[in-house]
Ligand binder design. Structure first.
Ligand code: ZN
Length: 203
């Protein structure tokens, strides 16, 4: 068993020494209460399984029909990207850009980063650029807000349900399991375990 490591609190920036935790133990920041580390020795394998599921569900959500609108005998199918491109075409640049980043780009970067880190480390291989990926994936996680898309779908449904017949495609069906897989992958991703594995492989 190692002696632990120094971790900077994400919330208050305090530098704290955290011992190596046993399974289901947790270390909190004594100043602000932010969770610093959790005892999850199987973090890499769990993150791999969940991020693999998430990337498949992401593919389904983005590439298949999300919603269908039927009005006076005419049916129109829409994917997430179709709606975003229409917003761009309507000149709603800030809104379109925000949805593009939070519902398409950031969730992909976050899932891909988890997969890029966990897959090779599971097989004891150090992938190139892993240090940068581990450092910068936090930004992708912060901007990944697929739940906003979920809210937008509910609002759209409530507003348009009386005007047109709305249906959900495979893309929308995959959204809830995707949200669950991404949340679980983020929860199982324990940075300290990844850094420790990296250190062991480099020795
Ligand atoms: Zn703190």
């Amino acid at each position: 068993m190692g002696t632990g490591e120094w971790i900077a609190c994400r919330s208050c920036d305090q530098l704290l020494h955290v011992p190596v935790l046993k399974t289901s133990e947790r270390a909190d920041c004594p100043t602000c209460g932010q969770v610093l580390s959790r005892g999850r020795p199987d973090s890499i394998q769990r993150t791999l399984a969940l991020s693999l599921s998430a990337i498949i569900l992401y593919g389904v959500t983005q590439s298949t029909t999300f919603m269908t609108f039927e009005l006076q005998g005419r049916t129109q199918e829409a994917k997430i990207i179709t709606g975003i491109l229409e917003l761009f075409a309507d000149g709603k640049l800030p809104l379109a850009s925000l949805i593009l980043v939070t519902a398409v780009v950031a969730p992909f970067c976050w899932t891909a980063a988890l997969l890029y880190a966990s897959l090779p480390l599971t097989f004891k291989v150090v992938p190139p650029g892993i240090v940068s990926v581990l450092r910068w994936c936090q930004i992708a996680q912060d901007w990944s807000m697929l739940e906003v898309l979920m809210l937008a779908v509910i609002v759209t449904y409530v507003k348009l349900a009386t005007l047109a017949h709305l249906g959900f495609g495979p893309g929308a069906m995959a959204l809830i399991p995707l949200l669950l897989a991404l949340t679980a992958a983020g929860d199982s991703f324990e940075r300290a375990v990844f850094w420790r594995r990296l250190e062991q492989l480099r020795q």
